[in-house]
Design a protein around this ligand. Structure first.
Ligand code: HEM
Length: 184
């Protein structure tokens, strides 16, 4: 997994909880490095699991909740670092439609050793899209968090329904409905 994922994960723990918590986890987790991640490095996916598992124990928060929260946190960070990859004046729908055919394709050009999921489009309407997520890393909750982070970024609301289609290979149907924000 790319270093930017690790640096953002550690940064989320530092800013949302505390620098002490981040240090404690990096010290205690059995990691491939001594916890010194750089954004340009590449590290085993198991390290993410080790960090998130410890964080879950220490904060008494279920792992999927943490992965979802991380997706929300990560979205604006990924976008900020890669503005040129986003289509001009893009909406959340544009982004979801182009995830497989464009966005992640560009990501792979930039980081040839990235390990990306697939998102095929099962259905598309004016206000919704049904995607099929496929990845052996089973990060569909991260995808839901990223989509939710994207909705906040673009100022819209989303309803997301997830259904596992198969365990081997791992495939999940992600049904996204996009709504305009209702003014208070
Ligand atoms: C709502 C939109 C997006 C969704 C749902 C999404 C989903 C995901 C998921 C679930 C992963 C984890 C890998 C896996 O599941 O196997 C991932 C990885 C990644 N995505 Fe996206 N993504 C989105 C937008 C973006 C954007 C806008 C960028 C950057 C411009 C980006 C860059 C990356 C990178 C760099 C990785 C890490 C790959 C690695 O660690 O090797 N994604 N994405």
């Amino acid at each position: 997994m790319l270093g930017i994922i690790f640096t953002n994960l550690v940064e989320m723990i530092e800013t949302e909880i505390s620098a002490e918590m981040a240090d404690e986890i990096l010290d205690e987790a059995e990691l491939s490095t001594d916890g010194a991640y750089t954004s340009v490095g590449h590290y085993p996916f198991e390290d993410v699991l080790a960090i998130v598992t410890l964080l879950s124990e220490k904060t008494d928060t279920p792992i999927p909740d943490l992965i979802f929260a991380f997706g929300q946190y990560l979205f604006p960070k990924l976008v900020a670092g890669h503005q040129h990859i986003l289509p001009k004046n893009a909406t959340l729908m544009d982004l979801l439609v182009q995830l497989d055919s464009n966005i992640h394709v560009e990501v792979l050009k930039l980081y040839p050793n990235a390990t990306l999921p697939t998102f095929s489009i099962l259905e598309q309407t004016s206000d919704g899209i049904v995607l099929e997520y496929g990845s052996p890393r089973q990060l569909d909750t991260l995808a839901a968090g990223l989509i939710t982070g994207g909705s906040q970024y673009f100022g819209v609301e989303v309803d997301i329904a997830m259904n596992t289609l198969s365990d081997e290979p791992y495939r999940v149907k992600i049904d996204v409905k996009i709504r305009e924000k209702v003014a208070n």
